[in-house]
Ligand binder design. Structure first.
Ligand SMILES: C[S@@+](CC[C@H](N)C(=O)[O-])C[C@H]1O[C@@H](n2cnc3c(N)ncnc32)[C@H](O)[C@@H]1O
Length: 222
């Protein structure tokens, strides 16, 4: 399966650095307000939490700071990402990090045993999302939550302007990266994500859009 890196033309290390640098903006106060209102109250006191395609592990670190008694698990297909996560300091229990291709292998968790699966900017790169969603559904507890945070389609002009104005890319980079990544980042509309979740047997409990580029949906098994 082509990974995000190969699609973007960036090396693993470049993608890692980009994820680290953009993390504070992508997961700033509005995200945590949404998390506190819509997700944290629905979790048990000692939740099992997975970040699937966890990248550098920073979101797991931030979950750990808010869910002191959580058992955290980070999975990613890219060894450099897992290596970065393993050396982070964590407030509570240190997570388990493992190199894992979610399109190839089942998650190492029993059916119905996970309280929160988070997937941030990952599902859009997967060629066949339905088997991945089925695997997430398998591991989720009956009241478990799936937090999907992913790209939604924008007009080409808006997408290129966003890269220029928000990412502060040079005109050369906007042309190079912008055009090659447009089909990757603009694959699904909000309705496409809703359809996919329904098709995979999920019910959306809440959703929001905190940034032009991404939609956040919280879903449970139907
Ligand atoms: C855009 S990055 C997002 C990283 C992280 N979730 C974040 O928001 O900072 C996409 C991540 O998905 C991972 N990924 C892509 N395909 C994957 C797969 N089949 N299984 C597991 N991880 C995958 C990549 O290695 C990369 O770390």
């Amino acid at each position: 399966m082509p990974t995000h890196q190969s699609l973007s033309g960036a090396t693993d290390d470049e993608l890692l650095q980009r994820m680290v640098q953009t993390h504070p903006d992508r997961f700033g106060a509005p995200f945590w307000e949404f998390f506190t209102a819509e997700i944290a109250p629905a979790l048990p006191p000692e939740p099992v939490v997975i970040d699937l395609g966890c990248g550098p592990g920073l979101l797991l670190r931030d979950f750990g700071a808010r869910l002191a008694r959580a058992a955290l698990h980070g999975y990613d297909v890219t060894p450099a990402m897992i290596g970065y996560g393993r050396q982070l300091a964590f407030a509570g229990k240190h997570p388990t990090f493992a190199i894992h291709d979610v399109t190839r292998d089942p998650l190492p968790h029993a059916a119905g045993s996970v309280d929160l699966v988070s997937m941030s900017s990952v599902l859009h790169v997967v060629d066949q999302p339905l088997p991945v969603l089925a695997e997430i559904s398998r591991v989720l507890a009956p009241a478990g939550l799936f937090l999907l945070n992913d790209w939604i389609r924008q007009p080409l002009s808006a997408y290129l302007a966003w890269r220029r104005d928000v990412l502060q890319e040079s005109a050369a980079d906007v042309n190079r990266r912008g055009f090659s990544l447009f089909p990757v980042h603009n694959k699904y509309t909000g309705d496409d994500w809703r359809w996919l979740l329904a098709e995979a047997g999920f019910t959306i409990k809440s959703e929001t859009q905190l940034r032009t580029s991404h939609r956040i949906m919280v879903a449970t098994r139907r």
